[in-house]
Design a protein around this ligand. Structure first.
Ligand code: HMG
Length: 396
């Protein structure tokens, strides 16, 4: 059978950044709660002329510049912060990237799981049309109410992935573990720009889904825990990955490191390092990017782990509501040529800090804003949301 998987990937984020020490101090909270309790240092925040489409197109552009567009006939855009109830965000990306008309475009939604749903659909399309390639874009802006427990876990980011046969980066293996459970842990009603969340329930639903999908992976003949070299988790905040790892240790009896910082890792003893620290390097600074979060963890691992060739990575994808999937992939020998640590570091460093008052003022604006007829030019990204014409969104 042909090997299919992720040929290349690229991460983009928003124009602004909010420092969580400043946010904690402004709210009278001990900063250690955010840095250690949640495992978050910063959160990306979009400028008024940015959204899921501008971030998604910004991630896709260098990917297509590196790989060309030959065989590209499908764009699958995963998001849970969609800007329209009807039109797929990927159609605007298709226009911004100047792609040929002979492309199918659609949008995937199931909370943070949508990115993995799109990846699996892309693999299905490539197995039907082995000479085609699929552009998968996962892009989200995570928004909670100001002064709510979820506020420090906001964030923004996009990951674009090119899915093809004989991938250069990660071959996705066929065995997969699934778990779906109708649970009201987190959702966003149509009339709300922020998520409604039962935090404690969401954490326990995530952990139950982890063991549920792991058990299904085992029942389907997937690799046992000793045959998985690295494990990545959906990271609504990076401490959640540590909680996931702790649960997997209890569930499987394996001796895996649950260290989330380099200092903890140095003291972890004989417990096996499966990449918890390395896989959280970007998400600590992006915040939650919902559908993109797991793939931002993959980007961080690829960019910072020099010993990945031939290694098996396990990836746990969770989307509230809830649907989850545990997939595995084999890192390809030439993966090092695809590493983008300098590019990502530059993008993170280039973000413009917001004072807490400025951030609160931007947050209070409706998202998307109906009043944005002519959006001010702020972002330095290659694409921007220019405003509304009639009620249609304009991008340039
Ligand atoms: P909270 O009220 O901040 O919780 O809400 P807390 O008071 O329990 O504190 C959090 C941690 O900080 C605790 O550690 C405290 O001990 C620690 P833990 O017991 O968890 O190990 N702490 C401190 N540590 C050091 N120094 C201190 C200190 N003080 C406290 N001084 C909660 C936390 C996650 C509930 C909140 O942030 C929230 O509601 N977040 C949004 C929901 C969420 O992210 N859920 C995660 C699972 S669901 C999911 O992943 C899906 C999602 O991405 C959406 C989708 O699928 O679309 C969210």
């Amino acid at each position: 059978m042909t090997s299919i998987g992720i040929h290349d990937l690229e991460l983009a984020t928003a124009h602004h950044v909010v420092d969580l020490t400043r946010l904690a101090e402004a709210g009278g909270t001990d900063p250690a709660k955010y840095h250690l309790g949640l495992g978050q240092d910063q959160m990306s925040f979009p400028a008024p002329d940015e959204d899921i489409i501008t971030m998604g197109a910004s991630a896709a552009l260098p990917l297509l510049e590196r790989n060309g567009i030959e065989g590209l006939r499908t764009i699958l855009f995963a998001t849970e912060s969609g800007v329209d109830q009807s039109k797929a965000a990927g159609v605007s990306v298709h226009h911004l990237l100047g792609l040929p008309r002979q492309v199918r475009v659609t949008e995937f939604k199931q909370a943070c799981y949508g990115g993995t749903a799109a990846l699996q659909a892309a693999i299905g399309i490539v197995s039907r049309f082995p000479h085609e390639r699929v552009l998968v874009i996962a892009s989200d802006v995570a928004r909670y109410e100001l002064d709510s427990p979820g506020e420090p876990t906001q964030g923004a980011g996009a990951v674009a992935m090119l899915v093809s046969a004989d991938p250069a980066l990660v071959e996705i293996e066929p065995a997969t573990g699934l778990f779906t459970d109708d649970v009201d842990d987190f959702w966003r009603p149509n009339d709300s720009s922020t998520a409604v969340v039962d935090g404690a329930l969401s954490v326990s639903a995530y952990l139950d889904a982890l063991t549920g999908s792991w058990d299904d992976l085992q029942a389907r003949g997937g690799p046992g825990i000793d045959d998985v070299d690295r494990i990545l988790y959906h990271q609504p905040f990076t401490k959640m990955a540590k909680k996931g790892q702790q649960r997997l240790v209890e569930h499987t009896g394996a001796s895996l490191s649950t260290a989330l910082t380099a200092a903890e890792q140095a003291a972890a003893g004989a417990a096996r390092d499966t990449g918890l620290v390395t896989g959280s390097i970007y998400n600590r600074r992006l915040g939650n990017s919902y559908t993109a979060s797991l793939y931002a963890a993959l980007a961080a691992l690829i960019d910072h782990d020099a010993d990945l060739a031939g290694r098996r990575i396990g990836m746990f994808s969770y989307g509230s509501g809830s649907v989850s999937e545990f997939i595995t992939g084999i890192v390809q020998p030439g993966y090092a040529s695809r590493r983008g640590a300098e590019r990502v570091a530059a993008a993170l460093e280039a973000r413009v800090p917001l004072e807490v008052a400025e951030y609160r003022e931007l947050h209070a604006r409706a998202y998307p804003s109906a009043a944005d007829v002519e959006t001010p030019r702020i972002t330095r990204a290659p694409f921007r949301f220019a405003g509304l014409q009639g009620r249609a969104r304009r991008y340039e």
